[in-house]
Design a protein around this ligand. Structure first.
Ligand code: NAD
Ligand code: ZN
Length: 353
């Protein structure tokens, strides 16, 4: 897009005060700095993190006023003077990690999400719930040209995060992984990445609709936490030898499942914490953790290689995120459904509506 075609104003959803609601209004289009690109965001997935940001759930301050969003798929329309890895017209993805210093010990070791200077899209810098968003060129995801920009959007956070979490779990092909929150945005990606990685999936969530989805996208078993009288026993009895899954991916936005996981994970198994319920704590019996050699760890988004690999799984047709489309102007309605755990899969907003 020639510079004179880039508008000076655009539609955006703005969090003006903690607790919301988001305000749909026109705001100026920013100009990219020397190491940045401007992306015409066509579609953006809505992650539960965006709701946490609006509600001020976490012990980390957000920018204010804030444009949320970090699953933005679109087209590069302007490049800063130092950018040589992207050009105008390329498909590009703006993800949670908007930028990092690239020089600290974490960045040097490809642990860019741990960089103390990390910029976070839709949290410490404006994100993708606007028509034109900025990101550091080094961190922009390269979306293959054959991808549908709407369908690929959820890969940019949900996909990358669960793919990384599965790698961190150490689970190997043929083993079993429990996915907790399997019917949500991250969960429905996790079921498919796990299957593509040769793992058997025990999906855990609540309600029949989420159960049907989990089975349809490849879960071997569905355990409904709303119906189960003894979740720990139900999870273990659904593994062939009754010893429990080799790994657990915790994606739910509730504290209770974080307390339960160490009870049903197999000895020498791993519990990977990814969901970020407000004010929650982990609790596990020290005795069991020691004598059953259980690993409990956190996993946080992914680096640039994880991003490229997660997109490659998608481009090979192995991941089909179940999503519903809605206009950007209706973002608050998505948050209302999300708070009530009523979203099956992901919502993707269209920034033109
Ligand atoms: P979501 O709302 O789409 O999904 C959460 C799912 O958990 C829902 O389907 C809900 O029904 C289910 N659930 C609720 N209570 C449950 C229980 N007791 N047992 C099993 N399932 C239960 O949310 P999302 O967008 O998938 O995000 C999930 C969490 O992951 C959020 O806290 C988000 O902030 C966090 N997140 C973390 C990272 C990271 O890097 N660690 C990245 C992205 C998102
Ligand atoms: Zn996210």
């Amino acid at each position: 897009m020639a510079d004179d075609k880039i508008p000076t104003e655009q539609w955006a959803q703005v969090v003006e005060e903690t607790g919301g609601p988001v305000v749909y209004k026109k705001i100026p289009v920013q100009k990219p700095g020397p190491d940045e690109v401007l992306v015409n965001v066509k579609y953006s997935g809505v992650c539960h993190t965006d709701l946490h940001a609006m509600m001020g759930d976490w012990p980390l301050a957000t920018k204010k006023p804030l444009v949320g969003g970090h699953e933005g798929a679109g087209v590069v329309v302007a490049c800063g003077s130092m950018v040589n890895n992207l050009k105008v017209g390329d498909y590009a993805g703006i993800k949670w990690l908007n930028g990092s210093c690239l020089n600290c010990p974490y960045c040097e070791n490809a642990d860019e999400p741990l960089c103390q200077g990390a910029l976070l899209s839709g949290y410490t810098v404006d994100g993708t719930f606007q028509q034109y968003a900025i990101a550091k060129a080094a961190h922009v995801a390269h979306i293959p040209r054959n991808c549908d920009l709407e369908a690929v959007a959820p890969i940019l956070c949900a996909g990358i995060t669960v793919y990384k979490g599965l790698k961190e779990s150490g689970a190997r092909p043929g083993q079993m992984v429990a996915i907790v929150g399997a019917g949500g945005g991250l969960g429905s990606c996790a079921v498919q990445y796990a299957k593509a990685m040769g793992l058997h999936v025990i999906a855990i969530d609540g309600g029949d609709e989420k159960g049907e989805l989990c089975k349809r996208i490849g879960a071997a078993v569905y355990v409904d936490f709303l119906k189960s009288k003894d979740l720990v026993a139900d999870v273990k009895s659904n593994t062939p030898d009754g010893l429990g899954p080799h790994a657990v991916l915790l994606l739910a936005v509730q504290e209770k499942p974080f307390q339960q996981a160490s009870e049903y994970v197999r000895s020498r198994g791993s519990v990977v914490c990814i969901g970020l319920p407000a004010g929650a704590y982990l609790r596990a019996p020290v005795f069991d953790t020691v004598v059953r050699m259980i690993s409990i760890k956190g996993s946080y988004v992914g680096n640039r290689v994880d991003t490229a690999e997660a997109l490659d799984f998608y481009a090979r047709g192995l991941i089909k995120v179940p999503y519903k489309s809605i206009g950007l102007s209706k973002l608050q309605d998505v948050y209302t459904l999300m708070r009530e755990n009523k979203i099956v899969g992901r919502y993707v907003v269209d920034t033109s509506k």
